[in-house]
Design a protein around this ligand. Structure first.
Ligand code: AQP
Length: 332
């Protein structure tokens, strides 16, 4: 059976981008068709300036939202990265496999490093090595497929390269994974700046739809989305990024095709209204279920504890094999 691994990083409140790019597919398809592991990748949240209490809060909130969206612990394994030591254990071996040059080429490192520097913060070493930890997350489980949004494709490529290199040097140890992307909305853009990604850790909330925004706020944000001064609704990501973003969001929500939806609309207002309605309807059940689950922290914690136990059992033999293959004396 295909094994799938993917994760969400608790660096902010989850967004519509996280949902359409990743979570939606995990719920609707992946957990039904594969042996799937989904993880709150909390160690990754430490790569940038953070408040410890907030990371803890956001980690539980991310797990709660994953369950509220429909991940079923009877069908998939939901757990927290820091609860499974194998991720950090394997990461070090992969650091001994990766090169400084290939990590410095990572787009997220360049973008987030530049952002940290611009706000006067020093760039943490873990921001550079974070894709290696992500490779460890993936490779520890013998993962075949990693369902991610477009921004994570480069990191999955690195995980592939490291798996191949490790296998060539030390003998076959890792499955070589591949990234899979959603057919539409692989990169949901900020509604106020459709040339930049809707990112959960970005400063301005006006262009970002958070999964827990109430219906009125979602409508307001979408109705105020930046488009352009034209009139005709067409799907052209280069020339009309704002419109293309709305068409992609609508298509992802209703299961359509953005290029086919464009000619249906004769005004921007109608497109915005239908997009807002579709997003509100898509998120309504999630918000309702979140409210129930948030009142039952004991249940969420129990799911996570059980998930970590199972994840440890899955990861340990492969990580132990990697320790032996690379030349370390067996100690346990
Ligand atoms: N805007 C987006 N459109 C489509 N997919 C997206 N993803 C993130 N933003 C978009 C996908 O969501 C999954 C989880 O992402 P992550 O938690 O690993 O964080 P990230 O990729 O670094 O992006 P974020 O959410 O914007 O966080 P920050 O602001 O901290 O960088 C991934 O599959 C990702 O592709």
């Amino acid at each position: 059976m295909t094994r799938i691994f993917s994760g969400l990083k608790p660096t902010g409140h989850l967004t519509l981008g996280n949902y359409l790019g990743a979570l939606h597919r995990w719920v609707e398809a992946d957990q039904h068709q594969a042996d799937a592991l989904f993880c709150v990748v909390d160690l990754h949240a430490l790569t940038v300036e953070h408040d410890p209490a907030r990371v803890r809060r956001l980690s539980r909130q991310a797990a709660t939202l994953m369950l509220a969206a429909g991940l079923d612990p009877a069908r998939c394994n939901l757990f927290v990265q820091s609860h499974v030591d194998e991720h950090a254990r394997l990461s070090y071996l992969l650091e001994c496999t990766a090169t400084d040059g290939e990590l410095r080429r990572m787009i997220q490192y360049k973008e987030k490093g530049a952002r940290a520097a611009a706000s006067g913060q020093s760039v943490r070493l873990s921001l550079l090595t974070y894709p290696v930890l992500m490779a460890a997350d993936i490779l520890a489980y013998g993962t075949d497929e990693v369902p991610v949004g477009e921004d994570q494709t480069q990191h999955v490529e690195l995980a592939r390269d490291l798996a191949v290199r490790f296998n060539q040097r030390y003998g076959h140890t890792f499955v070589v994974p591949k990234a899979t992307r959603p057919p539409v909305a692989a990169r949901v853009m900020d509604l106020q700046d459709p040339t930049s990604k809707m990112g959960k850790s970005h400063e301005s909330g006006a262009g970002i739809v958070y999964l827990l925004d109430d219906a009125d706020l979602v409508r307001r944000k979408i109705m105020r989305a930046v488009t352009d001064s034209g009139h005709e609704v067409e799907y052209d990501k280069e020339r009309r990024p704002g419109l293309a973003n709305l068409l992609e969001i609508l298509a992802a929500c209703i299961g359509g095709n953005p290029a086919e939806l464009a000619p249906v609309y004769t005004s921007y207002g109608a497109l915005k209204k239908d997009t807002a309605d579709a997003v509100v309807e898509l998120l309504r059940p999630l918000r309702e279920r979140h409210a129930e689950l948030a009142a039952d922290a004991g249940y969420v914690d129990a799911v996570l504890a059980q998930g970590s136990e199972r994840a440890r059992g899955t990861a340990r033999p492969r990580v132990d094999a990697a320790y032996a293959a690379i030349g370390l004396l067996p100690g346990r």
